[in-house]
Design a protein around this ligand. Structure first.
Ligand SMILES: *Cc1c(COP(=O)(O)O)cnc(C)c1O
Length: 368
């Protein structure tokens, strides 16, 4: 079986973890600081605050925006549930705009229509490793006096016309086991605002400025040095990780572009895609439907995933929630029925790429 993701480390991670273990200082300390500094330097970001996961990163980022009950955070329904859970945990109301099927991300035209007088934050999600169309989103935020929070959990190092993910005010990343960059569990908040960065550092450590001086009601959102030791060596090789993923994606596209009824993903002009996922759409014109397609992939020994099979607004738990404002998002609804992610990770061998291509070609009835 060729798995959809493969988590694998090198001798560098083993050595650094051992160093931290032997140091006896395993909680948040110098290695967390090093991870923050090197993440900032690698991607050209100003302030980086490491936290214990990508969901708390979102909650913390929303908390320092000082939202009030009834304030709305406008986001996409085609995302991992953490985006919505964080909005609710922060006490805000979630509202939704539709997406475009060319990049799976927020459609600025729909965002414009869904902004209300209560909207305070635009929260694009950079899904699968490609950034949302940020220029019009930034213009809308500017015109309406809104803040931007980028959920870049899947898009470490992605760029939009040269600007890195997370550089539009406040952004968050996940370091979960299967993300492009991982510490097992972990997250990062990034901002260009020194005051927000300072508040976030206090917030993650019980609201404590100096020992037993509590400034705000805070959290324990700390990452550990043990975890940071897993992440630091990957940062040094991240450029080559992305290069491999880009090469794998290019090979898949070359092999699959003419498969009938299948739409391959595209890197849009001006954007650098970091290929967290390689996600095709099995459209109505395809020979088999998505469920059958996935089943046949499995029979061929190819792992795959539907990220995500339903919109977050399609679950009763949220449809009934008083602070979730469900909206009609027809493009997102269709895309959720069509998506299938194929293996694109940086541990794939050439013959595995060939096997994925020939399986998809066979299932879709492409010519030999
Ligand atoms: C992974 C992910 C998160 C949450 O990150 P965790 O580290 O798992 O808490 C949030 N948003 C998106 C889009 C994600 O993919």
């Amino acid at each position: 079986m060729i798995p959809i993701t493969r988590v694998q480390f090198g001798i560098e991670e083993e050595e650094l973890v051992l160093e931290v273990l032997r140091s006896g200082s395993i909680a948040q300390g110098p290695k967390v600081k090093q991870l923050e500094d090197e993440f900032a330097a690698t991607f050209g970001l100003d302030h980086v605050i490491a936290v214990n996961n990508g969901t708390t990163a979102l909650v913390g980022a929303l908390e320092v925006l000082d939202l009030h009950p009834g304030d709305e955070v406008l986001t996409t329904p085609f995302t991992f549930v953490a985006t919505l859970n964080a909005i609710l945990e922060a006490g805000a109301t979630a509202t939704f705009a539709d997406i475009r099927d060319e990049d799976f991300n927020l459609d600025p035209a729909s965002v414009r229509e869904r902004i209300t007088t209560r909207t305070k934050v635009l929260a694009p999600v950079h899904l699968y490793g490609q950034m949302a169309d940020m220029q019009p989103i930034e213009a809308l935020a500017h015109d309406h006096g809104l803040r931007i929070l980028e959920d870049a959990a899947q898009s470490h190092g992605a760029t939009y016309h040269g600007r890195p993910a997370g550089s539009y005010g406040l952004g968050t990343f996940s370091l979960y086991a299967t993300k492009n960059l991982t510490t097992g569990e972990g997250g990062l908040i990034v901002t260009d605002d020194a005051e927000l960065a300072d508040r976030l550092r206090v917030l993650r450590n019980q609201g404590m400025r100096a020992r037993y001086e509590y400034e705000v009601a805070g959290h324990n959102y700390r990452l550990t040095d043990l975890q940071a030791a897993v992440g630091i060596p990957q940062l040094a090789r991240y450029a080559s990780i992305v290069q491999t993923r880009r090469r794998n994606a290019a090979r898949l596209t070359e092999g699959l572009a003419d498969a009938p009824g299948i739409v391959v993903p595209r890197e849009l002009s001006g954007r650098e895609h970091v290929w967290h996922q390689y996600t095709i759409r099995v459209t109505e014109e395809a020979r088999v439907d998505r469920a059958e397609f996935v089943e046949q992939l499995t029979e061929h020994g190819i792992g795959s995933g539907a990220y995500y099979p339903r919109l977050v607004t399609d679950y009763d738990a949220y449809r009934r929630h008083p602070r979730v404002s469900v909206a009609d998002t027809p493009v997102a609804a269709r895309v959720a029925r069509e998506v299938v992610s194929l293996p694109v990770h940086h541990h794939l061998a050439d013959d595995e790429l060939d096997a994925i291509i020939s399986a998809v070609r066979e299932i879709s009835g492409a010519s030999r």
